[in-house]
Design a protein around this ligand. Structure first.
Ligand SMILES: [Zn+2]
Ligand SMILES: [Zn+2]
Length: 369
């Protein structure tokens, strides 16, 4: 690796991405430098570019989920499974770091994704502090970051194809507590929704229904395991309600997984779940606006359970890796990554993701521009 490291920097919302040079960082004991093989441009990066996340310390190096090869290791380094890691190992890392383990959220409530101290590579780490993002030829892995060796049969493209959407979907499925043969409806066919469909299928769901757009994502939803798909732009809500009821003994589905981020999805989704069913909100990672809910009709009388799902934990990261190791040959995660872009073309990648021409973009920071 050369002395200077190239990284793509998001200077401020709506500003063009700039390529900047960074010095190779000093490595304190317990840290490492990762030579980035793949990162991604996901929906969150588009939201970052639109300035729709609060508390982001621009300029930042985006790219929160990434993987690569350990280039330099300082001192003993162990993975989350306790095994020793060495230079040359192919690894992925858990993007959330500095979760304190001592605050009330971490200890009393056992909701570490709500720890106020936590930071996220590529989202809440400023570029002024160094290489804390994947849109870079190298990533600084500070002491304490959760690392895992990539299983031999999981390629970088498999891992990033699943990416943050797969980690989130693992958490969503955990929150959903599916039972065998539950019927499931997934709202939204972006990276989270597509992985949620695949995991619902692997979890023994009976009927899986996807509501989303555009057409190529609905085709992908079928390949991920959906039995029925509805194009949200071509069908009306009352038509979808009638068809979903017809598919579910007139009741509605057992569980709805919301992964669309649209305010209107909440209003509709509460009608699509059966009485006594469960509704998981995972798509509203940014503020999609207010939803109108009739508490009597849509929640109380239905005896409904509604759960949020925020962020992910190291366990979701490790489960995602185990799922990829076992199932990536059958489930086409790597195809969720639409196209691979070099650092110099990330403005184009953001525009493509924004226009939904691709579900997500892969980033190869060593590819020629
Ligand atoms: Zn904490
Ligand atoms: Zn992401």
């Amino acid at each position: 690796m050369s002395e200077r490291i190239l990284a793509a920097v998001m200077v401020a919302p709506r500003q063009p991405i700039e390529i900047r040079e960074f010095a190779t960082p000093e490595l304190p004991p317990g840290s490492a430098l990762l030579r980035t093989a793949r990162s991604e441009v996901c929906g969150t990066d588009v939201h970052l570019w639109h300035g729709r996340l609060s508390g982001v310390p621009y300029p930042i190096i985006p790219g929160h989920v990434s993987a690569g090869t350990l280039q330099a290791v300082r001192g003993p380094l162990t993975g989350l499974d306790g095994s020793a890691l060495q230079e040359g190992d192919r690894v992925a890392f858990f993007d959330v770091h500095r979760t304190c383990g001592r605050c009330r959220a971490c200890t009393v409530h056992r909701t570490p994704t709500r720890c106020a101290a936590r930071r996220v590579y590529g989202i809440t780490d400023p570029a002024a502090e160094g290489l804390f993002g994947g849109w870079s030829q190298a990533i600084y892995l500070e002491p304490g970051v959760g690392l895992a060796r990539l299983p031999d049969r999981v390629s970088f493209d498999d891992y990033i194809g699943g990416g943050c959407g797969l980690l989130t979907a693992v958490h969503v499925l955990e929150r959903a507590e599916l039972r065998p043969a539950d019927s499931v409806l997934v709202q939204g066919t972006g990276a989270v929704g597509l992985s949620a469909i695949a995991l619902a299928r692997l979890s023994g769901a009976s009927t899986i229904i996807a509501v989303g757009a555009p057409r190529d994502r609905l085709e992908m939803a079928r390949r991920m395991g959906a039995d029925h798909v509805f194009d949200v732009t071509m069908t009306a809500a009352d038509q979808r309600l009638a068809e979903v009821r017809a598919l579910t003994h007139g009741e509605g589905v057992d569980v709805v997984l919301e992964a669309s981020g649209a305010a209107a999805a909440i209003e509709e989704g509460l009608n699509l779940v059966r009485d006594g069913g469960r509704y998981i909100v995972a798509g509203h990672y940014t503020d999609g606006g207010d939803s109108s809910i009739n508490a009597h009709r849509q929640i109380n009388r239905k005896h409904l359970e509604i759960r949020g799902c925020w962020g992910s934990e190291p366990g979701h990261f490790l489960r995602a890796l185990a799922l990829l190791e076992r199932h990536a040959a059958q489930v086409p995660w790597r195809e969720v990554g639409g196209r691979t872009y070099p650092l110099g073309r990330l403005n184009e990648a953001l525009a493509d993701a924004e226009a939904m021409r691709i579900t997500k973009a892969l980033v190869d920071p060593w590819a020629a521009a």
